[in-house]
Design a protein around this ligand. Structure first.
Ligand code: SAH
Length: 375
């Protein structure tokens, strides 16, 4: 097999058909001597979950050639949990190589939102998060991330209106595939056509990635997981802070907002006894106002999503009580920072990141890249 023809997906992984952009697919098909309409036949339908062999009008020889050069692989649903409380569906998906990841379908009044994973595991090491416990096994390809959206959409039989890149993994630690995914899923020639304004990418604060992303001029929403207003606390709960501290992170947020004209939303997980006193709320508001609301951004709307901690079995951290959560929110509002408390969806099905995959026995340290890197 010659792999000169197309760049395909992430370096180091065999090309999977779902990772191909329209242009890359056209190039591949052209190199196989196919007529130019072929890409238009295949591209939108493969993104709707139809394998080339089942499209009906693709010659068998071409189906075989595609299978050899860039196989079409959708993830399999290994387990599916449906919340009896709110209809949230959590999928444990098996990738072609057997690795397991999680995808969540949430039903809101404003439509269906799919939460996708971007890596098998995570190497960011946040103290409260289940996804990182076993380290990062590998990056996912753009096509594998797209496969999550296809699987959730097809299984539910409903349109996917919104996407949040908030599942397992750090999207900016898998930059190429995450941004390729955004282009694929929002491509008007494709089969999913989720507008970029309906896509959020969440990062723990990978500053060089935020700057790269700003240059893409996407219309997506950037979510930044802040979780602390001072470096001592953030260093302790989010190791990424030792690489890029809070002031460097907020400076990058400012550059991002100025370059894209888009709002950023901040995520703030409330951890009992660590970051959720009223003093913390006042300090957080002061920090955000000072760092962001200056010069051309003096009227910039700042929004904080408050997430009461979802306790992870392996970690001895708890959420504050409801009264403290409300007081925190009110203090932020008093200081001009809009805040909403995230509803916990699917409380009966372990819907937050990483927990189902761990329960299935995946995500043990054996084979994790960051464990290997240390040796
Ligand atoms: N790596 C990205 C996206 C994945 S996590 C990021 O860090 O933003 C999505 C959000 O859930 C992040 O804000 C993360 O900090 C938060 N989170 C992770 N574990 C949590 C837990 N146990 N309880 C509450 N929020 C959690």
């Amino acid at each position: 097999m010659d792999n000169r023809t197309v760049a395909g997906p992430s370096a180091g992984y065999p090309p999977d058909l779902l990772s191909f952009s329209f242009g890359q697919l056209s190039e591949l098909l052209e190199s196989l001597g196919e007529p130019s309409y072929r890409a238009e036949q295949i591209y939108p339908r493969m993104q709707r979950g139809i394998p080339p062999g089942k499209m009906g009008n693709i010659p068998a020889k071409l189906v075989a050639e595609l299978e050899e050069r860039a196989p079409y692989r959708l993830p399999e649903i290994a387990r599916k949990l449906v919340s009896s409380v709110d209809g949230t569906v959590k999928y444990l998906l098996r990738l072609a190589d057997g690795n397991l990841i999680e995808t969540v379908l949430m039903r809101y009044r404003h439509g269906n939102t799919v939460c996708v994973s971007t890596q098998v595991g995570c190497r960011m090491g946040c103290a409260f998060c289940a996804s990182t416990l076993g380290g990062r096994i590998r990056n996912m390809t753009a096509g594998e991330i797209l496969g999550e959206v296809i699987a959730a959409g097809n299984d539910s039989g409903e349109r996917v209106d919104n996407i949040v890149m908030m599942g397992i993994g750090e999207p900016l630690d898998n930059y190429e595939a995450s941004t390729a995914f955004i282009r694929l899923v929002s491509d008007p020639r494709g089969g999913l056509c989720v507008g970029q304004r309906h896509i959020s990418l969440s990062t723990c604060g990978v500053v060089d990635g935020i700057d790269r992303l700003a240059a893409e001029k996407f219309q997506i929403t950037l979510s930044v997981s802040l979780h602390a207003h001072d470096d001592a606390v953030r260093d302790a709960v989010m190791p990424v802070n030792r690489r890029w501290n809070i002031s460097e992170l907020l400076a990058a947020c400012r550059r991002y907002a100025l370059a894209t004209g888009r709002r950023i939303s901040f995520e703030y997980t409330l951890i009992n006894g660590k970051n959720c006193g009223e003093k913390d709320a006042a300090a957080l508001a002061e920090l955000l106002n000072r760092a962001l609301r200056r010069g051309p951004m003096s009227r910039y709307p700042i929004h904080v999503n408050l997430i009461p901690l979802n306790s992870v079995r392996e970690r001895d951290l708890r959420a504050p009580d409801r009264a403290q959560v409300d007081a925190f929110r009110q203090t932020l509002e008093k200081h001009g920072v809009r805040a909403t408390v995230r509803r916990t969806l699917g409380p009966d099905i372990n819907a937050s990141c990483g927990q189902l995959r761990r329960a299935a026995g995946a995500g043990d340290t054996a084979g994790a890249e960051n464990e290997k890197e240390k040796t």
